[in-house]
Design a protein around this ligand. Structure first.
Ligand code: 5GP
Length: 132
């Protein structure tokens, strides 16, 4: 069965898309730790990130870098942090999160709530800052 993230890539489940290319897709996390918290995923469904080929995992990081540079133009932050957990959704993903303190990327923190309209605005703002 296709993962929830594959369904998102295929458009069967809606997402607030940030960017995509032929191999990777980026969209806002629906339960964000911070405004702009984005997930970067490979289009080829693979559960464990370290099962990706060298080429695919390095390409995913380069794609995540583009997303991070766009996020920092929109969300004031000290840095953009990344994290890989993958305990919930069995489709490899990198969390890309703007941070000011370590607590901003602490997954035990309560998640933020945004309306659909707010998610839409955030995704459009970040997406407009992507440099190809
Ligand atoms: P992990 O697998 O890294 O522990 O966490 C999975 C992440 O995916 C969580 O941060 C969760 O909020 C996010 N997530 C799970 N289902 C969906 C979904 O349907 N849409 C979006 N945008 N994010 C999701």
């Amino acid at each position: 069965m296709a993962s929830i993230f594959t369904k998102i890539i295929q458009g069967d489940i809606p997402s607030y898309k940030i960017a995509e290319d032929e191999k990777y897709y980026a969209f806002l996390d629906i339960n964000p730790l911070a405004k702009g918290h984005t997930l970067v995923i490979p289009k080829k469904e693979t559960d464990y990130i370290f099962d990706l080929s060298d080429e695919d995992i390095s390409g995913m990081m380069v794609f995540a870098k583009k997303i991070a540079l766009a996020i920092e133009k929109v969300v004031p932050c000290k840095k953009v942090g990344i994290a890989v957990l993958g305990l919930e959704v069995p489709h490899a993903h990198i969390h890309v999160v703007p941070i000011n303190t370590i607590y901003d990327i602490d997954f035990k923190q309560p998640k933020l709530k945004f309306t659909g309209e707010e998610f839409e605005v955030i995704s459009k703002e970040i997406s407009s800052k992507i440099i190809a």
